[in-house]
Design a binder for this molecule. Structure first.
Ligand SMILES: *[C@@H]1O[C@H](CO)[C@@H](O)[C@H](O)[C@H]1NC(C)=O
Ligand SMILES: *[C@@H]1O[C@H](CO)[C@@H](O)[C@H](O)[C@H]1NC(C)=O
Ligand SMILES: *[C@@H]1O[C@H](CO)[C@@H](O)[C@H](O)[C@H]1NC(C)=O
Ligand SMILES: *[C@@H]1O[C@H](CO)[C@@H](O)[C@H](O)[C@H]1NC(C)=O
Ligand SMILES: *[C@@H]1O[C@H](CO)[C@@H](O)[C@H](O)[C@H]1NC(C)=O
Ligand SMILES: *[C@@H]1O[C@H](CO)[C@@H](O)[C@H](O)[C@H]1NC(C)=O
Ligand SMILES: *[C@@H]1O[C@H](CO)[C@@H](O)[C@H](O)[C@H]1NC(C)=O
Ligand SMILES: *[C@@H]1O[C@H](CO)[C@@H](O)[C@H](O)[C@H]1NC(C)=O
Ligand SMILES: *[C@@H]1O[C@H](CO)[C@@H](O)[C@H](O)[C@H]1NC(C)=O
Ligand SMILES: *[C@@H]1O[C@H](CO)[C@@H](O)[C@H](O)[C@H]1NC(C)=O
Ligand SMILES: *[C@@H]1O[C@H](CO)[C@@H](O)[C@H](O)[C@H]1NC(C)=O
Ligand SMILES: *[C@@H]1O[C@H](CO)[C@@H](O)[C@H](O)[C@H]1NC(C)=O
Length: 663
């Protein structure tokens, strides 16, 4: 018995020794100028480092991290340096390099992961002549690797500040990963490494990091021990950074080292920068009792969403994980977070549903894109697909303005004809098409909740973005006498900059609803039998006008026989002056797109500023040609959007927007 115990201790000690020296587990280095417009001779560059370390690296630090270190923003004391390695005379990059002491962002106690991750942002003022390779190399890599275990590590990035062909300063691509990605062994795996770029028109390609310093772009050994560390036969598709491989051995780690590079256009032969990304795969053999379905991260925000967040305001994001078998338990959520984002314990509010809450107050130093990724692990080591969100700090996502009965920001609401085909809604800032497909706007029948019509705003030509307004052209005939309501997915209104920060989803049935005029119930005579109440509001510029609140934004008079009770109640509520109503998006500074004569709610109000008696079916007839005109204009606008000259103008506009964002 004693001997067994002794042996056990010996094994533990040996393991400890190995772990002590073998603590590197990968990382990412990227950079961007604070202002990409070339002025003067120097530019401020923000350099971002993120490294993953072995948590059990006791003798080195005499501290094993916990979630408390995330809240305390404890430093990870690796007092080394990110050095200039090549062509250093072209720059004033500090000869002692920049610190590699990271601020703790994630601490993972899962015995398979045992990761301590942190990041660091450093601002340097460097001349535009800078064309250097920066890198961090030392010893040693984590030991249980297919290839390179215990070997030295190297991670290198190309920092070139020469103006691009479009006379701007380049930004490197950005990427994110989980420190350890789990896959079953002996199974064909397709893994996509995420990549994105502030310079939206750049072509991104990824390649294997390369040891040959006379041959590769960075002119240093880019990966030392772990070059080509994945099993032989692994395929890499450069254009979408997709890896295909089979992990042969269970309970073993496999190191992956890639460089993501940005080219100015499809004919450019030299990249403008080179971003390293190094992380681990872990192969497992699923136990016989394991669930056939891996857990799945779901929730209001979809994978790869981009969300604008203000500085200094606490953000609470809930991650919801779904499981599919009885007894399938979520034991860990491996994360890669921005500094200061804390993670709650995992709770299990209902069977098959697991929840973790993230809390984060972005700091002014974090302005710009901040990535977050999570992967859930169950008690059979099944890992969900990674779920990644980009937070665009110091940028407000557009949000849809709640439609109101009078002076609304959406059109139409209230009662409309069954051939109503033009709908519009305004957002709080300039909007653009979402960058993802699968972002739907749906029309539902109120009585049954049935979905009548959906458009994917990711590509549907029926959804048109212009300035602050989104126009939806529908192609169905509504059923007279019925009420309808509209729902919109997260990102239906997306910001027009960088990653297209998304609006919050709208699922509330009362948010935007309308009724279809029923000729059998409603006629011109009913309007005279319902005396309208009038309210005095300040509207439409400087004049105080008495408006007829019986008019809805569709121009049809509200009657007591309307199908929807919600809207009739609203008609007696004094209207409020909500901005922006009178000013169409055309007059707002930031948009340069051409305008279409959308029938703004204000137009309807103007029509309504008269005694209700005049507002009759005769008036409706007068409205209809205008309606047709607006539809024609909408289609003209749509065809224009695809003309190359307009597309180029739009790209320039987006570039300007980006410059504004960056400051
Ligand atoms: C850290 O964890 C390892 C492994 O569990 C343990 O051997 C070591 O003593 C711990 N170190 C500290 C300082 O708690
Ligand atoms: C070194 O820097 C100079 C000055 O910026 C640049 O012209 C040259 O291309 C650089 N050399 C390499 C190999 O990057
Ligand atoms: C780091 O890289 C430099 C230059 O490539 C090389 O001379 C040095 O030996 C490397 N150090 C380690 C620990 O690998
Ligand atoms: C870049 O600047 C140069 C010199 O000022 C000018 O000749 C060139 O047209 C500019 N290129 C672009 C794409 O603006
Ligand atoms: C994977 O396949 C190899 C070769 O076919 C086999 O030797 C090994 O036992 C398999 N491993 C598992 C976990 O099924
Ligand atoms: C490195 O690349 C150069 C140029 O392609 C080649 O001549 C050399 O043999 C390579 N060295 C190694 C060790 O592969
Ligand atoms: C990556 O690109 C290849 C070739 O264009 C394509 O076949 C593959 O489906 C793409 N993979 C993903 C995940 O988009
Ligand atoms: C995970 O959930 C999302 C959102 O509900 C769904 O679109 C996706 O198909 C699910 N994936 C799997 C593998 O079940
Ligand atoms: C996972 O945990 C549940 C509940 O503790 C248990 O019933 C199930 O057998 C476990 N599955 C595995 C593979 O350990
Ligand atoms: C932002 O973070 C930095 C470094 O953690 C800290 O020094 C600074 O006080 C913080 N600023 C604010 C406004 O919280
Ligand atoms: C979205 O879907 C459309 C139509 O299926 C397709 O043409 C387009 O490439 C898709 N876009 C993206 C970003 O997946
Ligand atoms: C429609 O959905 C609402 C809320 O989502 C629900 O309360 C109501 O019962 C549903 N109505 C029908 C007919 O399913």
């Amino acid at each position: 018995m004693e001997r067994v115990l002794y042996f056990f201790l010996l094994v533990l000690c040996t393991l400890d020794t190995v772990l002590d020296g073998a603590h590197f587990r990968g990382g990412i280095i990227s950079w961007r100028p604070l202002n990409n417009i070339v002025t003067g001779t120097t530019v401020q560059v923000l350099i971002h480092q993120r490294y993953f370390w072995n948590r059990q690296w006791a003798s080195f630090v005499s501290h094993n991290c916990t979630e408390a270190d995330v809240g305390l923003e404890s430093p990870i004391p690796v007092s080394s340096a990110l050095l200039c390695l090549k062509n250093c005379t072209s720059s004033t990059y500090p000869s002692g390099g920049i610190s590699t002491v990271m601020t703790t962002t994630d601490c993972d106690l899962n015995p398979i992961i045992e990761s301590w991750a942190g990041e660091r942002y450093t601002t340097l003022t460097l001349p535009y002549t800078t064309s250097i390779t920066i890198g961090f190399n030392s010893s040693a890599w984590f030991s249980s690797l297919l290839k390179g275990g215990g070997q030295p590590w190297s991670i290198a990035n190309r920092l070139n500040l020469a103006p691009r062909p479009d006379n701007l300063t380049n930004s490197s691509p950005v990427t994110n990963t989980l420190p350890v990605v789990f896959y079953p062994v002996n199974t064909s795996i397709v893994h996509v490494v995420q990549m994105a770029d502030n310079d939206a028109t750049d072509i991104l390609l990824c390649r294997w990091s390369d040891p040959n310093s006379t041959y590769n772009f960075n002119q240093v050994d880019e990966c030392e021990g772990i070059c080509h560390g994945l099993p032989s036969g692994t395929q890499l598709i450069p254009s979408n950074c997709t890896l295909s491989f089979i992990l042969p051995t269970a309970n073993l780690y496999y190191a992956c080292a890639l460089q993501i590079e940005d080219y100015f256009n499809a004919v450019a032969t030299t990249p403008m920068s080179s971003v390293p990304i190094q992380f681990l795969f872990y192969g497992y053999k699923a136990s016989a009792s394991a669930c056939a379905h891996r857990p799945n991260i779901t929730g209001l925000r979809p994978n790869r969403a981009c969300i604008g967040v203000p500085i200094g305001v606490q953000l609470t994001e809930t991650i919801t994980i779904e499981t599919y078998c009885p007894g399938q338990t979520i034991v860990d959520l491996v994360t890669s977070s921005p500094i200061g984002m804390t993670h709650s314990a995992i709770s299990n509010p209902s069977p098959d549903m697991w929840v973790m809450t993230l809390t984060w107050t972005p700091n002014a130093t974090q302005a710009g894109p901040q990535g977050f990724c999570a992967g859930a692990i169950d008690n059979s080591s099944l890992q969900s697909d990674p779920w990644c969100i980009t937070y665009l700090v110091d940028y407000a996502s557009p949000n849809l303005i709640v439609p109101r009965m009078v002076q609304g920001s959406a059109s139409p609401i209230g009662t409309v004809f069954s051939n109503q085909s033009l709908f519009s809604i305004q957002a709080t800032s300039a909007v653009g098409r979402p960058s993802r497909n699968g972002t739907n706007i749906c029309f539902h029948l109120d009585s049954t909740n049935a979905t009548v019509l959906c458009y994917d705003s990711g590509y549907s030509p029926n959804v048109i973005y212009t300035g602050y307004t989104i126009v939806i052209v529908t192609t169905i005939t509504w059923t007279p006498g019925q009420s309808y309501y509209v729902t919109m997915d997260s990102g239906f209104a997306s910001g027009s900059v960088f990653c297209h920060a998304e609006s919050a989803p709208i699922t509330d049935k009362t948010f935007w609803r309308f009724d279809i005029w029923n000729p059998a119930l409603s006629s011109t005579t009913t309007t005279t039998t319902t005396p309208p109440t009038t309210h005095t509001v300040t509207s439409l510029g400087t004049t105080t006008t008495s408006i007829n609140t019986a008019c809805t934004t569709s121009g049809i008079v509200v009657t007591s026989t309307n199908a929807s009770t919600t809207t009739t109640t609203a008609s007696t509520t004094p209207p409020t002056t909500a901005a922006p109503t009178t000013a169409g998006p055309t007059t707002t500074g930031v948009t340069t797109e051409s305008t279409i004569p959308v029938f703004y709610p204000a137009d309807f109000e103007n029509a309504c500023k008269q005694p209700v008696a005049i507002m009759s079916a005769v008036m409706m007839v007068a409205f209809m040609p205008i309606h047709t005109l607006a539809m024609y204009a909408a289609f003209t606008k749509f065809s224009n959007m695809f003309k190359p000259s307009n597309t180029a103008a739009k790209a320039r506009h987006q570039q300007r927007m980006k410059n504004i964002l960056r400051r």
